[in-house]
Ligand binder design. Structure first.
Ligand code: COA
Length: 198
């Protein structure tokens, strides 16, 4: 099956409900919640982000809040993962997910994620990333979705595998990341594989 992302672009970010989470466009008002995990060394260890102070984090969140539409290559959508209260009232943002349009003509999309460490191990990232994959395949019309992961980032590798993503290969010491030569694993899933996994 061949599909073109171009056929369904532009795509605007919108809210997506999962069993336990509300995924919705990140806003400037989320800056303090984002800072609560962006300020932790363990959260940013494998992210291409430095450790930020509150003001730097706020500026970063403000910039990322502007990423709400995919129309051209390198456009991005950032979705905040909000944990609503027991009665559905607004809750804190506990993580966020990034969607990058890598190639419209080839229908290639990449995704990334970060969740607050105090809430790891409860399946929130899996739940959110599954919903994001569904959005990316059904609304954007992606053919292939990939994630680039440092192989030492065991939780992220495990998340890729839980999502049904295949290890396509490992680039060995392809970049100096945070001061040391690092490998890069590429995990991916095709639209037909997502259909089967569902
Ligand atoms: C990558 C990251 C999001 C994974 O978080 P996580 O907590 O391991 O993932 P989940 O929220 O899906 O939780 C999965 C765990 O919860 C368990 N779990 C509990 N309830 C679950 C449910 N309903 N569904 C799925 N898993 C569930 C799973 O068994 C798994 O446990 P395990 O780690 O003991 O195997 C997190 O480590 C992170 O934010 N890291 C920092 C940022 C980062 O490095 N990003 C990636 C850059 S490439």
């Amino acid at each position: 099956m061949t599909r073109s992302v171009g056929a369904t672009l532009p795509v605007d970010a919108h809210a997506i409900r999962t069993d336990r989470l509300l995924l919705r466009p990140l806003t400037e008002a989320d800056a303090d919640d984002v800072f609560s995990y962006q300020s932790l060394p363990e959260a940013v260890r494998y992210l291409p982000w430095p450790l930020r102070d509150r003001e730097e984090s706020r500026e970063h969140t403000l910039k990322r809040a502007g990423f709400t539409r995919l129309a051209n290559d390198k456009d991005a959508i950032i979705l905040a993962a909000e944990l609503p209260g027991p009665d559905g009232e607004p809750g804190p943002v506990i993580g966020d997910l990034s969607i990058f349009l890598q190639s419209a003509v080839n229908a290639q999309v990449s995704i990334g994620w970060v969740f607050h460490p105090i809430l790891h191990g409860r399946g929130y990232a899996t739940e959110a990333a599954r919903a994001v994959l569904e959005f990316v395949f059904t609304e954007i019309g992606a053919h292939r979705v990939f994630a680039e992961v440092d192989p030492r980032n065991t939780p992220s590798v495990a998340l890729c595998r839980r999502l049904g993503m295949r290890l396509e290969g490992i680039l060995v010491e392809n970049e100096i990341f945070k001061g040391e030569w690092s490998d890069l694993a590429v995990f991916a899933i095709l639209d037909r594989e997502w259909g089967d996994a569902r």
